[in-house]
Design a protein around this ligand. Structure first.
Ligand code: GDP
Length: 528
């Protein structure tokens, strides 16, 4: 096997998806603890605490250092290299989350034992389903009273439409929590409080039949457990690796992240069964991870991590080959060769200069606005990875400047911040307005704050009569020109110079579509 194959096989690149407060941050912390990336849980905590309030979140975003180190967290575990990609935590579900999910090979879903399947989980699950992403499930907060395990499994199956294969099953819950049984090994892991900051090799019994277990938890509890297990196993599916990899079945674990209980069982199973990097589709051929030549795509951009230098870091997911420090790569969209100097890796949740990186890894490339989300890099082959769309924003505001002399800075700021992908920037053909589109309301506050903080521009956002946006495509140049003339009032250019129809109402959009046969109105724009 080549080095590339060996390294690719060791990689596990994933993201955690959950409804806010289910325990994503806490679980991340514990995973890092097992990976030796942090000594004491806590480093993720500060970030999280600040994330709750909008203002705090923005103050935190100012401390670029923190937010970049937590964007990608890499740690070794049992001979594997785990890459955990953070999904944006703020309240708005955005396309940035979607794009992070295009860069992973699997996902971990966290569910609150008391709340069950919640609204955001449903939405994220839909996104995972688009690519049949394999998903493992961690049912968290077992130290609290929650729904019976059997009901939770049923809820996941019926609401999320995915088969459940419990790998662990709880013994008691809340006050009565005693531990979990591993349904494959038969081992019983007892729950002990106060072990939450250490690696926990909890008291383990070989099986339910172990007499020491009965002595420990009592005959009644043991009987209760046997009955419950029978129920759970009767109502669920045995683990089927192929069904898991196809995204049809989810292995389910129970535990308590904050108590560090059940987490190691999850992680052990995860590194054994979660998929390494898989082949990826491009505009040309499919690219296999073990191919010797480097390829990758950019799924996220973060601007002004160092406000002194106005630089932007592009996060590239490596899909094949080996990256070596200083190597040259071919930027497929511009056709130019770029030197990948000073690329960052995210080992041990620290920014470091990357010496080498492999399929499944993420590197951060400094640039000054030449790289966009969705861009592909190769060693010369002309191709682009597909499936990284820009969604039509649903909310629109016109930027209003307090000091008209700052128009240039405003334009620049809006354009650069929209490169990050959370907002989109439109310039109407017929006016000097600057229109910003976003998927969530919070984005406008964030942009206003950052314009001031990073560009010294005092701007506010006001209502504008736009209900929705559609990217225009028409292969017939003459028809396109006609369309442009007739609809100039409603047309804008986006940051990339593409033509976009900004419809004041849905009805207007429908009419415009009916009146323009041969012109396509696209709700997403594929990057590339
Ligand atoms: P996130 O919003 O999904 O990142 O959730 P957090 O990890 O911040 O957790 C939300 C809240 O639930 C915090 O107050 C945690 O301390 C708490 N929490 C997390 N895991 C557990 C658990 O296993 N048991 C209990 N009782 N609380 C937990």
């Amino acid at each position: 096997m080549s080095d590339v194959s060996i390294e690719a096989q060791r990689r596990r690149t994933f993201a955690i998806i959950s409804h806010p407060d289910a325990g994503k941050t806490t679980l991340t912390e514990k995973l890092l603890l097992f990976g030796g990336a942090i000594q004491m849980a806590g480093s993720v905590k500060g970030r999280k605490a600040a994330r709750h309030a909008t203002s705090d979140w923005m103050a935190l975003e100012k401390e670029r250092g923190i937010s970049v180190t937590s964007s990608v967290m890499q740690f070794p575990y049992e001979g594997r290299i785990v890459n955990l990609l953070d999904t944006p935590g703020h309240a708005d579900f955005g396309e940035d989350t979607y794009r992070v999910l295009t860069a992973v090979d699997s996902a971990l879903m966290v569910i609150d034992v008391a709340k069950g399947v919640e609204e955001r989980t449903i939405k994220l699950m839909e996104v995972c389903r688009l690519r049949d992403t394999p998903i493992m499930t961690f049912i968290n907060k077992l130290d609290r009273e929650g729904k019976p395990p059997i009901d939770l499994l049923d809820e996941v199956e019926s609401v999320l439409g995915i088969q459940c294969a419990p790998i662990t099953s709880p013994i008691g819950m809340g006050q009565r929590l005693k531990g979990v049984v591993h349904l494959i090994t038969g081992e019983v892991h007892l729950y002990e409080q106060g072990r939450n900051f250490t690696r926990q090799d909890s008291t383990i019994f070989a099986s339910l039949e172990d007499p020491a277990l009965e002595a420990r938890i009592g005959t009644d509890m043991l009987q209760e457990l046997r009955d419950e297990l029978e129920l759970v196993q009767g109502a669920s599916h045995p683990f089927d690796p192929a069904a898991y990899l196809a995204g049809r079945q989810t292995p389910v674990f129970f535990g308590s992240a904050v108590n560090n209980f059940g987490v190691q069982l999850l992680l052990d199973f995860f590194v054994d069964h979660a998929p390494p990097p898989r082949p990826r589709a491009t505009t040309g051929r499919e690219i296999a991870p073990y191919e010797p030549q480097l390829s990758g795509f950019v799924f996220k951009i973060q601007a002004n991590m160092d406000p002194q230098h106005r630089d932007r870091v592009a996060f590239m997911r490596i899909c094949s080959g080996k990256f070596s420090a200083g190597m040259k790569a071919f930027h497929a969209r511009t056709g130019k060769e770029v030197k990948l100097a000073n690329a960052l890796t995210f080992m041990a949740s620290d920014r470091e200069i990357a010496e080498s990186a492999w399929p499944g890894d993420v590197i951060g490339i400094h640039n000054h606005g030449t790289i966009s989300i969705g861009d592909s890099f190769t060693e010369g082959e002309m191709l682009a990875f597909t499936g990284i769309p820009n969604f039509a924003p649903e909310l629109f505001r016109r930027a209003r400047l307090r000091d008209p002399l700052k128009l240039k800075q405003l334009q620049k700021g809006l354009a650069q911040l929209s490169e990050e992908g959370a907002t989109q920037f439109f310039r109407p053909l017929m006016s000097n307005d600057l229109v910003l589109g976003a998927v969530g309301m919070l984005q406008f506050d964030v942009v206003a704050y950052r314009l001031k903080d990073e560009y010294g521009v005092d701007a506010s956002f006001e209502q504008v009569n736009v209900a929705t946006a559609r990217w225009i495509r028409c292969p017939d140049a003459k028809k396109l020109e006609e369309f442009r003339d007739k609809n100039a009032m409603n047309l804008s250019l986006d940051a990339a110079g593409q033509l976009v129809y900004l419809a004041p109402t849905r009805v207007n959009l429908q009419l415009a579509q009916e009146r323009s046969p041969g012109v396509e109105f696209l709700a997403t724009r594929e990057h590339a």
